[in-house]
Design a protein around this ligand. Sequence first.
Ligand code: FES
Length: 156
Amino acid sequence: MSTTVSRRAFLKMTGVAGGTMLLAGCGFIDSIRGIPETGLPQIENAWSYDGSTLSLDLSRLPEIQSLGGAVRIEGEALPAPILIVLGENGEYYAFKNACTHGGRMIDPVAGTMTLQCCSASKSTYDYDGNVISGPAQGPLTSFPLTLDGSYLLIEV
Ligand code: FES
């Protein structure tokens, strides 16, 4: 025996009003919309770019002061958006923040030393940029970097 429930009755039963999804703000919805977990710097003037070197003042970037942390660096002066990660191994990594499948941004996956695209397809890469899974078309672009005191210098 089947029971038919009208849309209005369903919304009333589930507490969903006006078509608003209960899942709004969850990881699944963010992946549909292509919203990354990694944020922009909380403190202004934490970085500069001279046309070839991106200079990050680590003392002003709490986002990458703990193992597994990450921050997005974006700006019109930069040739591409950059994702900076402090891996759980204590090493810094810098990537062009664009999945090689459809260009969505990427995030580190806690505890795995991997990166994952924020799309629903979730291409996954290792910290060398190599594709582990998903429809990615090739490796992520990574940028060479050096530590100079409290500054991280990235050749972009
Ligand atoms: S944009 Fe990353 S898997 Fe499609």
